[in-house]
Design a protein around this ligand. Sequence first.
Ligand SMILES: [Zn+2]
Ligand SMILES: [Zn+2]
Length: 111
Amino acid sequence: MDLVNMSTHFKKVTEDFICEFCYRVVKGDGYTNHCPHCLISKHVDELIPGDRKSTCGGLMKPIASQIKSGRFIVFHRCTKCNKMTRNKAGKNDNVELLIELSTKPVKTPNQ
Ligand SMILES: [Zn+2]
Ligand SMILES: [Zn+2]
């Protein structure tokens, strides 16, 4: 029995997955959970990105983007429960799509 050392076995999770929208294989880098090709995400996080606490599982569509400190921020809305999230765009994300999204007005529930 070596329960004390259990915590040292924690690893950053890098999940490869197949995009449910464009069916391309997405190489997980442990940070982004959206598809770099179509920017579709899945509703798996509840409060903090990466917490994987949501049981919704709906597809999250990119609805807008913004540039902050030289990096794109992508806004997603869940097609199932309408929850909005903000995510940093990854290095390999579809820049053309990001630029197209940045021309759309961001409508958040607080505005
Ligand atoms: Zn995709
Ligand atoms: Zn949802």
